[in-house]
Design a protein around this ligand. Structure first.
Ligand SMILES: NC(=O)c1ccc[n+]([C@@H]2O[C@H](COP(=O)([O-])OP(=O)(O)OC[C@H]3O[C@@H](n4cnc5c(N)ncnc54)[C@H](OP(=O)(O)O)[C@@H]3O)[C@@H](O)[C@H]2O)c1
Length: 252
C-alpha cells in the first residue's frame, strides 16, 4: 500500500518504538496519524512533532470499550500498527513463576492485539483494505527461557497474525509481522547486549509495507536468528537455553 496520504493508528505511541513509527510515518507523508496511549498527557511530546497531522488518542488495548469509542468516531484508518506491548516476567516459567504478570502479558500482547484487529478490520475493509502491522519479537519463534512468558505471548500473537493474514486476504488487507531482536527502548534498558535502534525497526517496517513483505526481521540479531531457524532450529533452541543460569535480569 501507499504510505503517502495514509491514515495510521499506532498503539503505544508515547515513546520507544511507537514514537519512531510516528516519526517515520510523518517522513513518509502520512496524511494523519492517530497516536494512541493509555495516558493522554504522555503524548505531549509526540504531538509537537507535527500538531496538524499527529492526533492524540486515549486508548488502552485491553479495554474493548475504549477501542470501540475510537472506532465509532474514526472511520478513516488505512493502517493499523499494533505496537503496544509489555514484558513483565523476567525469570522463566519455573525459576521465578509469576502467573499474574504472565496473564497480563497474554492480556496485552495477545488479547489486546486480537481485540484491536477485530475492531479495526471492518474499517480497513471499507477503506480499501489497507494494512495491519503486528509488532512481535524474534522470541515469537525462539523461546527465551529468561523471558519465557513474554515469548509465549508473542508466539500466540504470531499465530494470530498468520490467522488474520489468511482471513483478511479477501478484503485486501496486507498483514505484516515484525520480529526484531532487542530494541534500544525502555523495555530493554537492563539488557547490555547489542540492540537495534527503534528507527531502524520502524523504517524496515514501512519498507516491508511498501514492498509487500509479510515477515520482517529488523537488525542483525533478528536477521541471523531467522536465518538459523530455517537451517537449524534446534541450534537456536540450545543457544537460548544457555542464557538461563546467570542472566535472569536480561530482557528482550
Ligand atoms: N524493546 C525490545 O527489546 C523489544 C524487542 C522486540 C519487540 N518489542 C516490542 O516492541 C513493542 C514496543 O515496545 P518498546 O520497546 O517501545 O517498549 P516500551 O517503551 O515499553 O513501549 C511499550 C508501549 O506499549 C504501551 N502499552 C503497554 N500496555 C498497554 C495497553 N494495555 N494499552 C495500550 N498501550 C499499552 C506502553 O504504554 P505506557 O507508557 O502507558 O505503559 C508503551 O507505550 C512492544 O510490542 C514490544 O513487545 C520490543
Amino acid at each position: 500500500m501507499r504510505l503517502a496520504d495514509s491514515v495510521a493508528l499506532i498503539t503505544g505511541a508515547n515513546g520507544g518504538l511507537g514514537k519512531a513509527y510516528v516519526e517515520a510515518l510523518l517522513a513518509a507523508g502520512a496524511a494523519r496519524i492517530y497516536a494512541a496511549a493509555r495516558k493522554l498527557e504522555s503524548l505531549t511530546g509526540i504531538i509537537t512533532l507535527d500538531p496538524k497531522r499527529v492526533i492524540p488518542i486515549q486508548l488502552d488495548i485491553t479495554d474493548a470499550r475504549s477501542i470501540q469509542d475510537f472506532v465509532s468516531s474514526h472511520q478513516d484508518v488505512t493502517l493499523l500498527i499494533n505496537n503496544a506491548g509489555v514484558a513483565l516476567n523476567y525469570g522463566g516459567f519455573i525459576t521465578r513463576p509469576n502467573l499474574e504478570s504472565a496473564r497480563t502479558e497474554m492480556e496485552v500482547n495477545y488479547f489486546g492485539t486480537l481485540t484491536m484487529v477485530q475492531a479495526l478490520a471492518p474499517v480497513l475493509k471499507q477503506n480499501g483494505g489497507g494494512a495491519i502491522v503486528n509488532v512481535l519479537s524474534i522470541l515469537a519463534q525462539a523461546t527465551s527461557p529468561v523471558i519465557g512468558t513474554y515469548s509465549a505471548s508473542k508466539a500466540a500473537a504470531l499465530a494470530l497474525t498468520k490467522g488474520i493474514r489468511a482471513e483478511l486476504a479477501a478484503q485486501g488487507t496486507f498483514v505484516v509481522a515484525v520480529m526484531p531482536g532487542t530494541i534500544d527502548t525502555d523495555m530493554s534498558k537492563d539488557y547490555a547486549g547489542p540492540k537495534v535502534s527503534p528507527m531502524e525497526v520502524a523504517q524496515a517496517t514501512l519498507q516491508a509495507i511498501a514492498d509487500e513483505i509479510e515477515d520482517v526481521y529488523p537488525g542483525e540479531q533478528a536477521t541471523a536468528t531467522a536465518a538459523q531457524l530455517l537451517t537449524d532450529p534446534k541450534a537456536v533452541e540450545k543457544q537460548m537455553s544457555v542464557l538461563l543460569p546467570n542472566t535472569l535480569t536480561q530482557t528482550h
